[in-house]
Structures are given as structure tokens and as C-alpha cells.
Design a binder for this molecule. Structure first.
Ligand SMILES: [Zn+2]
Length: 392
């Protein structure tokens, strides 16, 4: 985490210095312009790390100042009287309004660029755009049901889920993290707060086509994720699940309640499998022993002694080798050939074993093992004393 934060800070500094900031010089130099970029970088790093995706940077525009550079900056065309917060999927640009704007909805415009929930929500629309072109297309579908489903569940709902989970990941309590828009709306607009803790079910789905309806329907998904968190799902599981949902949902087939459940069933199993794989890789990746993973192969035998012959003319050997860090037990192999196909003894936890009866010349080898598996063979050793035991 510390390293990730260092990288993020470096990115911000680099972009500000080299770019990229196209617009009024005073705005480019203004501290508040950096705020959405800082949060976008942090959200991006968090999502990529937790989900294994590699989502590209969006453009960011704050009052005419582009971060990072876009070849031909275009002023935002917004119809609702303020420059965002909004995501334009065509130019892949997040817009945040000017500090000088004073619209009737938001408290102050500076709040919008530093509010992590708004920045994370808008960045989530970029995630949707980059990960699932079919979902983006369905947001403009001529099929009203599919449009509603794409914009409410794939769009606003999943963007709110990502915003809430991100705020949880940086330590915000439920009372803040699951309430989207609460810290930027003017008091007269507080009814528009999207509160994920408010209990909803699919019967609350509405068939309107206004923007507010898409956000309201999205609250059902937000509440579903809140409920899953309350039921014990972790933040890491839930961010994986929602991003997998964005990535794989097929609006042309998964746009109703029962089909969505079937779709989620597969997704939950897949999300858990991916989390297991990521954790498992961390635990077995080194192969060096001691710190997790398969232990190293044992070195040379320290002792192999011919003890004597038994009454059947078999060799009795005493075998000893050096302990290996990270090994819980050893598999001792002997063979009359070089194939070493079967272990003859499993030793736990001792490092030696005596009284091996072999009837021919014998090649010895040892593997070091733990719960992650066994090492390769260490060096082999040829025991030749057996000839003296042969009975004719
Ligand atoms: Zn949105």
C-alpha cells in the first residue's frame, strides 16, 4: 500500500509538471485542480490491484483545465447548466465544474473535485466504458427495458457501489461511505442522497425514463451490496464482484430480475475463485522455502551409512540429510534405476531414516515438502554396499 501511494503521488506530480493542463494558467496552477486527478489515480490503482484489471487513464477536465493532456481539448457541452460532475464516454473525460460556478444543486464546486465519492463515481463510469462496450451501447438501447437496466444497474448503481466500496477502503464508516452525494448537495437537495443503507427490494424498481429514475433504480443494487457487506462479504470480495459484474454483464440477456440472479450466481463463484488464486499466488510464489511456498530441494546427504545385511540378504542403510527451511516433512526415494517413481517413506518431521531394506544397488534421493507441495529432488546418492549382502 505504501508503495502504491508513492507511485500515485509521483504520477500526479509528473502530470502536472509535464502536461497537460490546457486552459487558464491560474486554474492550471490551482491546487484544487489536482484533487480529482489524485483521487482518480488512487481509485484506479485500488481497482486494478483488487480486480486484476488494467484500466487506462481517463481525461479530466476541471473548468477548462485538462488533466492529463488530450490532443484537441474540447470544451464540455453539458445541457444541465453546470460542467459536471459528469463523464463523457466519447472523449473519455471526467468533467468537474468550475469553482466559480454557483448552481442550485451543489454546495460549492470545490467540494465536487475533492469529494472522493463523486470522483470515484464518475471514474466508475470510465471503468464501465473501458471494460464492457456492450454495456455502454445498451445505455442507448432502443429497448427501454435494456436501457433502464444498463443505465441503472450497469451504470449508476454499479458506479455508486464502487464509490461506496472505495470510501470504505479508505476507512470511512458505513454512515458516510454508503451515502452517495451527501457531502456535496445543498441542503434543499438532500432528498437526492443515494443511501445504500436504506432497505429496498426489486419491487421498488421503477419504469420511468428520467435520469433520477436510473439513479433511484441503481440504489437497489447499492443496497444489495450493502446487505452483502452486512452479511459478511469483505470489501475485497465486493469490489471484485461489482467489477466482474460490469465486465461480463450482457444486457441483452441479463436485464431482468431472475436472469440477473442466475448471472450473479456464476459471478460470485468466479470472484471467490479469483480472490483465492490471487492469495494463493502470493503464498506459494517464492519457492524459496521459509516464507511460504514450496521449500527448496534438500542439499547433499550428510550421511548415508551402510548398516549391515539382514537375513534375507538385503541392505540396511542409514540415511541422513540437512534440514530445509520451510519443510514440514520429507519424502525419501530409493530406486534400483534412476526413475525414482515412488517414495518409500514419508518422514515427519525428522531428517533421517534408518533400516531400509533393498535388494539391489540403490540410488537415494530426497524431496522437502510442506502444505504447498514438494521440492524437486535434491542430489542423488548411489549406495553400493549391497553387494556384500547378496546371498547365492
Ligand atoms: Zn453517474
Amino acid at each position: 500500500m505504501v508503495q502504491g501511494e508513492v507511485v500515485i503521488n509521483w504520477q500526479v506530480t509528473e502530470i502536472i509538471q509535464n502536461n497537460a493542463c490546457v486552459g487558464a494558467p491560474t486554474l492550471c496552477a490551482a491546487d484544487w485542480v489536482e484533487k480529482p486527478l489524485n483521487t482518480v489515480n488512487a481509485v484506479k490503482a485500488w481497482i486494478n490491484t483488487k480486480t486484476g484489471n488494467s484500466i487506462s487513464d481517463p481525461n479530466i477536465m476541471a473548468n477548462g483545465a485538462y488533466l492529463p493532456a488530450v490532443p484537441t481539448p474540447e470544451l464540455p457541452s453539458v445541457s444541465n447548466g453546470y460542467d459536471g460532475p459528469v463523464y463523457n464516454r466519447g472523449t473519455e473525460t471526467l468533467f468537474f465544474p468550475s469553482p466559480s460556478e454557483n448552481n442550485s444543486v451543489f454546495k460549492t464546486n470545490e467540494n465536487l473535485s475533492e469529494s472522493t465519492e463523486i470522483v470515484a463515481h464518475e471514474y466508475a463510469h470510465h471503468v464501465q466504458n473501458k471494460l464492457n462496450s456492450g454495456l455502454e451501447a445498451a445505455k442507448a438501447s432502443s429497448n427501454a427495458n435494456q436501457e433502464r437496466w444498463a443505465r441503472a444497474i450497469g451504470g449508476e448503481g454499479s458506479a455508486d457501489v464502487i464509490a461506496a466500496l472505495y470510501e470504505k477502503s479508505i476507512g470511512r464508516p458505513d454512515s458516510d461511505a454508503w451515502k452517495i452525494m451527501d457531502d456535496v448537495l445543498k441542503s434543499s437537495q438532500l432528498s437526492l442522497v443515494r443511501d445504500g443503507t436504506a432497505m429496498l427490494d426489486w419491487d421498488d424498481w421503477s419504469n420511468g425514463s428520467a435520469n433520477t429514475v436510473f439513479h433511484d433504480n441503481g440504489k437497489i443494487l447499492l443496497n444489495m451490496f450493502y446487505r452483502m457487506q452486512q452479511a459478511g462479504a469483505t470489501n475485497d470480495q465486493l469490489i471484485k464482484l461489482v467489477v466482474d459484474m460490469i465486465k461480463t454483464i450482457n444486457i441483452t440477456t441479463d436485464y431482468n430480475e431472475s436472469k440477473f440472479k442466475t448471472f450473479l450466481d456464476t459471478l460470485v463463484a468466479g470472484a471467490m475463485q479469483t480472490i483465492l488464486d490471487m492469495v494463493w499466488d502470493e503464498m506459494v510464489g517464492s519457492g524459496g522455502g521459509g516464507g511460504g511456498g514450496v521449500p527448496s530441494a534438500p542439499g547433499n546427504f550428510t550421511t548415508i551409512q551402510f548398516v549391515g545385511c539382514n537375513v534375507y540378504g538385503q541392505t540396511v542403510d542409514y540415511v541422513n540429510w540437512s534440514d530445509v527451511s520451510g519443510a514440514d516433512y520429507y519424502k525419501i526415494y530409493w530406486s534400483n534405476s534412476q526413475s525414482m517413481s515412488n517414495p518409500v517413506h514419508t518422514s515427519s518431521p525428522t531428517t533421517s531414516w534408518s533400516y531400509v531394506w533393498t535388494s539391489l544397488y540403490t540410488v537415494w534421493a530426497v524431496k522437502a515438502c510442506n502444505e504447498n507441495g514438494c521440492s524437486n529432488f535434491g542430489p542423488t546418492y548411489l549406495q553400493i554396499y549391497h553387494w556384500s549382502c547378496q546371498q547365492y
